[in-house]
Design a protein around this ligand. Sequence first.
Ligand code: NAP
Length: 332
Amino acid sequence: MEYTEIDKTNLKKLSTVALGTWAIGGSDWGGTDVKQSISTIHHALDLGINVIDTAPAYGRGESEKIVGEAIKNISRDSFYIATKVGLDWSKGDGLVYRNNTKENILKEIDDSLRRLQTDYIDIYQIHWPDPLTPIEETAMTMKSLLDAGKIRAIGVSNFSVEQIETFKKFAPVHTVQPPYNIFEQDFKNELLPYVKNENMTALYYGSICRGLLSGRMTADSKFNGDDLRNADPKFQPDRFPSYINAVEALDKWAKESYGKSIISLAIRWLIDQPISGIALWGARRPEQLNAVEGVGGWRLTEEDYKTIESIVNKYVKEPVGPEFMAPPVRTL
Ligand code: NAP
């Protein structure tokens, strides 16, 4: 396992692979199995993963509750919890709405601490920008939590450079959480150079593109119930085969060049970016994490990045991003 640290905080030695627990929450992923989820979290820790990313919105509290159950008897200083704030499901229509008001943040932090069975959060992240709340109000509230010791680092997710710049007038920003993987590369255009310059840490989400980069899928793969991949444009018949072809070609290249499979390549591709970064690996069954052993001990060269790019461009003629996941803005 390789490690990084978060500048201007006391957070040192964080594993560059983190466990993502959205699927563990069940909603948007066709359900959950609590026992299996807890085993997955324990297995992640056994493998040297010491960062667990969750959010209240994942399973409407369920993911945080499961994380809390899994860690309650484990020494609190042996792992880091990253959770989020600002998605509100109280309207009861099945959707989550962006809500970064002071009132909502102060309510959510206590709910999260209770569900996680802890008295502090290591990385507290604004889940999505909320155009109806002044960034000043959100940032000052986050700063008050940092000053009170309830949180140890402030993060923002799905924010633009401009939004982060505004936020930083009122509170520090230690981490960002953008989507980033071999098939979804928007981050590298504006945000990556900014993060590098500001010496922030990036927690990349969708590292294996919701399983596509695992190498386990075929063009016939099906997803159960409310699984978000049923609505993901990459997984629809008009695009899915081209992505699967790209995965096969990347897997072949990784095996021939490094004796590694596509899933290790997908994570390595993130860790070798020129900034402090942590790849969030979503898993809900322990064995899904075993491939983590193929991630360490090798590096991608600049030439490799170009080759990977050309393989993707050869097969994926109509690329599409993860925008379909953006939650709605509430109405006042
Ligand atoms: P991901 O990590 O790209 O993919 C996760 C899915 O890939 C798993 O649920 C699993 O699906 C499949 N998978 C994992 N390991 C596998 C293996 N070894 N073999 C085959 N399939 C495997 O996507 P993600 O979970 O969306 O993203 C990671 C984390 O980022 C999330 O859990 C969450 O913590 C965070 N996130 C944050 C945001 C945000 O807005 N800030 C948005 C999305 C995600 P199956 O179990 O169905 O096979």
